[in-house]
Design a protein. Structure first.
Length: 231
């Protein structure tokens, strides 16, 4: 088992980490300032080109790009790559918020703007801050993490409600059923809490929800940049 997890790393220079965190916030906010209302797309990094989930994410990216919504993903492979690829194919703005991991998650080649993060919590803030909607295509722990984080922030009135869309009913309906049968009936959540998210099967359904909530704006040309955060 590892014994060098970042959260357990204390030293006499520990307080300097605060300045690194500040720098990562400042740089990422500056990089994203000219993006405008975007849609964050989450999904498995393990999907391969030709896979049904990859195709679904790519078609979702194409629909968003065509409508003029910038697409934000984690910048990695799989469904993230697919969404970025689809957006770029339609002339849309494609953005990746990559994270430094021990297994080294490489960025995908379909990005107009890449920001590299050292800290997950700062990356999560950026995903939410610039999004008018979240779309979750089939994925694992990371996708669930982003989905549940957004639900919690909306439920607790920490952020303005926006559409959270679960794309691919076969993948998500079991979780939806568990929410309703276990959490709602047990009194752990209220019936209204399940109205924060939508289950859909197609990008067209997702687009109708997004456009109703936040109509697209005119496309804006921004400078293509790749950024390194921290110091």
């Amino acid at each position: 088992m590892k014994d060098d997890y970042p959260i357990d790393s204390f030293s006499t220079t520990e307080t300097w980490r605060i300045f690194r965190i500040m720098a990562e916030f400042v740089e990422s906010f500056e990089e994203m300032a000219d993006v405008g209302p975007a849609v964050s797309v989450f999904g498995s990094a393990r999907a391969r080109s030709g896979n049904a989930d990859y195709a679904l994410a790519r078609n979702m990216g194409r629909a968003l790009g065509k409508a003029g919504y910038p697409v934000i993903t984690g910048g990695g492979p799989g469904c993230m790559e697919a969404a970025n690829r689809g957006a770029k194919e339609m002339g849309g703005l494609s953005i990746g918020l990559n994270i430094e991991l021990p297994m080294e998650q490489a960025s995908n080649p379909y990005l107009d703007k890449l920001i590299n993060f050292r800290y997950f919590f700062i990356r999560k803030v950026v995903f939410v801050k610039y999004a008018v909607a979240f779309i979750c295509v089939p994925g694992g722990y990371g996708t669930l993490d982003e989905f549940l984080e957004a639900l919690t922030l909306i439920q607790t009135d920490k952020i303005k409600p926006f559409p959270i869309i679960l794309l691919g009913k076969d993948h998500w309906q079991g979780l939806d059923g568990w929410f309703r049968k276990r959490l709602m009936r047990g009194g752990y959540i209220s019936p209204d809490d399940c109205k924060f998210f939508h289950l859909v099967d197609t990008p067209a359904e997702a687009m109708r929800i997004i456009k109703k909530s936040c109509p697209p704006r005119r496309r804006r040309k921004i400078k293509s940049r790749k950024s390194r955060t921290g110091f």
